[in-house]
Write a protein that binds this ligand. Structure first.
Ligand code: HEC
Length: 117
């Protein structure tokens, strides 16, 4: 029983620390370093462009799956949290990426999405 309590305390601390770092990183700069931004672009091209096209407008395959234009007002008006949620958990034909991408990679992708025009 004592073990479980220690485990829980450590767990809570890790969650709290993750939140804290997450928030302070966002507060400091939502804009990324150029190197990180180009890594996000490369990630988008390797993991997302198959359906969304390199510019986010949708590939031929994506169009048959009914992707939305990621540069559209409809998608851009979603909050960062909503975008993170869709990329993590998926939606209809959109596959979930929470198991194959790290949290930071997903938020990097959201930042990249904001640059699509
Ligand atoms: C297998 C094809 C496929 C891949 C790969 C894919 N998506 Fe999607 N995505 C879709 C489809 C289909 C939708 C439309 C879902 C819907 O609203 O029905 C979508 C929707 C979205 C949306 C808009 C969500 C909304 O609520 O309208 C975002 C943002 C998005 N994808 C980001 C990404 C990112 C980032 C990646 C790469 C990590 C990615 N997608 C990879 C098929 C894909």
């Amino acid at each position: 029983m004592k073990r479980a309590c220690v485990g829980m305390a450590v767990g809570t601390f890790v969650v709290a620390a993750t939140f804290w770092f997450g928030f302070s990183a966002q507060g400091a700069s939502w804009q990324e370093e150029p190197a990180a931004a180009s890594a996000s672009k490369a990630l988008f091209n390797s993991r997302c462009a198959l359906c969304h096209g390199p510019d986010g407008h949708g590939s031929d395959m994506g169009k048959t799956l009914k992707v939305k234009d990621l540069s559209s007002k409809e998608v851009q008006s979603l909050s960062n949290d909503d975008l993170i949620q869709v990329i993590s958990a998926g939606k209809n034909n959109m596959p979930p990426f929470k198991d194959s991408l790290k949290k930071e990679e997903i938020s990097g992708l959201v930042r990249y999405l904001r640059t699509l025009k």
